[in-house]
Design a protein around this ligand. Structure first.
Ligand code: PHE
Length: 334
């Protein structure tokens, strides 16, 4: 017993308490030895009693020493601004950004139709962003997308649309091609509640033998219903893009719902969400695909406007400021 007390070396508060209970507590192991004293021969009684007392004293001394050491350590860490007994700080978990949530939803829908994600660079050359897409240098359509060029360069730029990915894919893959290309794009626009100099698009491209305008319409109709509900209607309006012919813009019928019910949004009840059209034969030729053999459709849509519609956000700038008070409101959205 004496040896055990001597050797004991409890390392933490818990172990020290175990030591106290074993040797000094109300049910300690020394106590019963007192009773044993009557079984000890008379001539040894004195020695036995002394041994018990020694054990008791040793245990007490050891406990006091242990306590002192532990307290000193606690004081030291407190002085260093560290309270080792304080409960841990909860870890702040992040959540998905509403633009990412919206983008993922769009991508999932097209993946179900067999579209494969193609991701490409944000710093592009003039050819992939413009020339290949049938927008030569003097083309007035370049004014539609005010471009950021890299310093000292007339060749390298920040892509103004994800249509650059069309050129990247068509020059590196053989038809059939069925891709969607999500990503960030940049335009030199004045920042306001409605527009920003950076935003996100999802591009779609489908090229095969005998692809028709009807295929495009059905694909986009399916998308609109998956995204905005089974009663959603679509409306195609004639439009112009240098890289598609014919071209159209698509509106979806739109309702805004809250706890009080739903109402038709905006004035007309329609919201434009994308541009689309049949891939211009010149674009196919530019990218080495024979327009006699293949045809295809393409579409491009902005993400921010759709995110704003889904979550009734009225200022696009909120999506880029990343104020946690704003972002935390989406912590339950996946
Ligand atoms: N690139 C066009 C834009 O940024 C959208 C578009 C993509 C239109 C593909 C037609 C086909 O507005």
């Amino acid at each position: 017993l004496l040896q055990e007390i001597e050797a004991a070396n409890p390392a933490n508060a818990e172990a020290i308490e175990q030591f106290r209970l074993r040797f000094l507590g109300s049910n300690n192991v020394i106590k019963p030895l007192m009773g044993e004293i009557r079984n000890v021969p008379n001539e040894q009684k004195k020695e036995f009693g002394q041994l018990i007392n020694k054990a008791k004293e040793q245990a007490e001394a050891k406990f006091d020493a242990l306590k002192a050491v532990a307290e000193a350590a606690a004081e030291k860490s407190q002085a260093a601004g560290l309270d080792i007994t304080a409960p841990g700080e909860p870890i702040d978990l992040g959540s998905r950004h509403p633009v990412a949530v919206t983008l993922n939803r769009i991508v999932r829908i097209f993946e179900r139709l067999g579209f494969v994600v193609a991701e490409e660079r944000e710093i592009e050359d003039d050819w992939h962003n413009f020339s290949a897409m049938n927008t030569p240098a003097d083309h007035p359509a370049r004014d539609m997308q005010d471009t950021y060029y890299l310093r000292n360069s007339t060749e390298m730029l920040l892509r103004t649309h994800t249509s650059s990915v069309q050129a990247r894919v068509m020059t590196s893959q053989k038809p059939p091609i069925r891709i969607i290309a999500p990503g960030r794009v940049y335009r030199n626009e004045t920042i306001s509640a409605r527009s920003h100099c950076q935003f996100h698009q999802v591009e779609g491209l489908y090229i095969d033998k005998g692809v028709s305008f009807a295929d495009m319409k059905q694909t986009l109709y399916y998308f609109a219903r998956e995204m905005y509900g089974p009663n959603t209607k679509i409306r195609l309006r004639p439009s112009f893009f240098p890289f598609t012919e014919p071209s159209a813009e698509m509106d979806v019928s739109c309702f805004i719902c809250n706890s009080k019910g739903c109402r038709v949004c905006k004035y007309s009840g329609w919201v434009e969400i994308l541009g689309c059209g049949m891939v211009d034969p010149q674009v196919l030729i530019n990218c080495g695909i024979d327009p006699e053999e293949y045809s295809g459709f393409a579409f491009g849509m902005g993400i921010e406007r759709q995110a704003m519609m889904l979550y009734t956000i009225t200022d696009i700038r909120l999506l880029f400021e990343n104020d946690v008070r704003f972002l935390k409101q989406f912590s339950s959205v996946i």
